[in-house]
Design a protein around this ligand. Sequence first.
Ligand code: FE
Length: 360
Amino acid sequence: MFKKAPKKAPKKAPVWAAIAFAAVTSLGTVGVATAQDKVLNLYSARHYQTDEALYSNFSKATGIKINRVDADDAGILARLKAEGTASPADVILLVDAARLVKGDAEGLFLPIKSPLLEAAIPAPLRAKASVDGTTWFGFSTRARVVAYDKTRVKKADVDTYEKLADPKNKGLLCTRSGSHPYNLSLFGAVTEHLGEAGTEAWLKGLVANMARNPQGGDSDQLKAVASGECGIALSNTYYIARMMRSTAPADKAVMDKLDIVFPNQATWGTHVNIAGAAVAKNAKNSANAVRFMEYLASPAAQDYFANGNNEYPVVAGVKSNNPALTAMSGGPFKSETIPLAAIGGNQTKVQQMLDRVGYK
Ligand code: FE
């Protein structure tokens, strides 16, 4: 299966490769007895240049041609729903746990049983297994961290998520919409730690501390801190890494104004989210889809998948090799360990709290 692996692949076959050769992957309720085309239809919410190498290496190694449809997460889920059993999609790549949980709840994914993936992907970063198998797996992580104006804000005042709601940070906080999946996932995590009442009070505190109404994306919050409109922002690490690696003077100027803190290092750890994959419920090439997902757990693919968007690889033994990420955290950091399936499962509850506290 991996005989024609690209040059980057290690010579000595690691454990995952041995499992891949031996594994008899069973596919939930759909039989795969009929011969499948050497083709894989991929719906992807990723749009990073290094992914091209990721896909062409898979095609080179397996002879399976990849047809790709690009859309954002919501667009992909809507399309899968609309297409129903006629959908050509085999494998789905999404960039947030809340959306993977949503797609799963809507029955859009096929449970699979892959010993390789069960062994390679840490349990908190995949769907809870049922008797039919597991529906989605995370293949990279990103942390949701705090960026702040180092001339106006002290690190000690923003080094936990809880402190962002402290009245001393009044008029400083900027975030994207509370309903954006990145925030739904973070707030879903906080719900696991503080309970519902505690989280609603915390969200109320965040709203009270806003410098402006929630708007824009994470990069816009970073720019607004640099311009002085805000003092504190929430951002995923890859947006910050992208800006750190940028040669554009405007990006450099933004980063000169900011410091970054990985929250809750002394307590439950910084919230991390995932980019992940699932086999489509009505996949015609489901065996190829599983093969592709197993390929994503290989060391070379992990490197492309994570580094393509300045994220962290998830497979044990595969190290992040990204100078911007290392500089940002100053080395290894403590991540939260609550299963993302539980966090994503809180999103409806979180949305109701957001409505009650007026977090747009
Ligand atoms: Fe993003």
